[in-house]
Design a protein around this ligand. Structure first.
Ligand SMILES: [Zn+2]
Length: 354
């Protein structure tokens, strides 16, 4: 992973580069493909793969768009299976299937393959036609840097019209860890401090594991210690969710205001970021909560039902159904994340009972 970090550099304004684009944070949204291109995130408004000349004059890829591509594509947020490109004449009219096998020599595939060989990170932009668990209904969103972990020639799900197998250029990508999705050197400095703290935290966890009654090594970790969380600027996704609710807690309605008149709220990922959960940093997985409710969610003191009721665990007295989660009409929290969170804690609870 370290060799990837050293390759990242920040482009000056108006320049398309490998890695992050100066001034464009992960989570930034754009109305159309032309806006994505104008931000220098992707060099084209039609193609999936964006190419860029490397220092030696040979094309590498700097970005891909996930927007309902081929049927062999798969998107699990952290891991992405991506089918290479084909000339239009090789595509079925529905755009999902192919009529002919793909070639590693085809310009876009050759560029993405070279990025794999040179260990260059690739920017991923998700469009409105992408997986509905991650995509915004109308906009394109920059989802940060991914590394290509594997390439292979694979056989497509659907054969050619004459029944013969179709070979595709398949790429596997994995999202770089959250600290590497930060923008500036200053932010990366903070990120490395956080990473060290997480390592210390992990060591503590390992130490605790040896004690009886503390066998739960897996838990829902807060990704960042609260004291440092305030220094790190909110991701664009979190900021948008908070603004939608005017910093009012979606669970209890509390809206905290500091002495400087500035409201305070926290962006809570329902399915947590990072291992082992690998929840996505998307609006549909984020709640605007007060610090108290944020903690309650993170430790499983509350879970959310399929009908959006908030269920409070009340120890001896059993469960307590409270009001429903407040949901803005422009914020479609996805049931899958709520269910993941609930089932995770239910399973924990079940296993801790005598
Ligand atoms: Zn609250």
């Amino acid at each position: 992973m370290t060799q990837v970090i050293t390759l990242l550099h920040h482009g000056a304004m108006g320049e398309r580069v490998i890695g992050h684009i100066e001034g464009v944070a992960s989570g930034a949204i754009f109305r159309r493909r032309t806006d994505v291109r104008r931000a220098h995130l992707h060099g084209d408004t039609q193609r999936g793969i964006s190419r860029l000349k490397d220092a030696d004059g040979i094309y590498v890829a700097d970005a891909i768009v996930l927007n309902g591509g081929y049927e062999d594509d798969r998107d699990d947020w952290v891991r992405v299976k991506y089918t290479g490109a084909s000339p239009d004449k090789d595509k079925a009219p529905d755009g999902k299937r192919l009529l002919r096998s793909q070639s590693w020599e085809y310009r876009d595939n050759a560029a993405l393959k070279l990025s794999f060989e040179r260990k260059y990170p690739v920017r991923i932009i998700r469009g409105p036609e992408g997986d509905e668990r991650y995509s915004l209904p109308d906009d394109y969103r920059y989802d940060g840097l991914y590394e290509i972990t594997e390439i292979r020639t694979a056989v497509s799900i659907s054969p050619a019209p004459d029944g013969s197998p179709i070979h595709i250029c398949q790429f596997e990508l994995e999202r770089l860890p959250q600290p590497e999705q930060e923008l500036t050197d200053a932010e990366r400095g903070i990120a490395s401090v956080l990473q060290q703290q997480e390592l210390i935290q992990e060591e503590d966890d390992v130490a605790v594991q040896g004690e009886p009654g503390w066998s739960d090594s897996e838990k829902f970790p807060r990704v960042r210690p609260a004291s440092i969380q305030r220094i790190v600027r909110d991701a664009a996704t979190v900021r948008r969710v908070k603004e939608l609710y005017g910093h009012e807690c979606q669970m209890c309605g509390l809206r905290l205001v500091g002495s400087d008149e500035r409201p305070y709220s926290e962006g809570a990922h329902i399915k947590p970021l990072g291992k082992p959960h690998n929840g996505p940093d998307v609006e549909r997985n984020i709640l605007c909560l007060c610090p108290n409710c944020h903690v309650a969610l993170d430790i499983g003191a509350v879970v959310i039902d399929d009908d959006w009721s908030i269920v409070v665990r009340a120890g001896l007295f059993g469960d307590n159904v409270r009001a429903k989660l407040n949901r803005h009409k422009r914020h479609r929290v996805h049931e899958e994340y709520v269910r993941y969170h609930r089932e995770w804690w239910q399973q924990k609870r079940g296993s801790s009972r005598p």
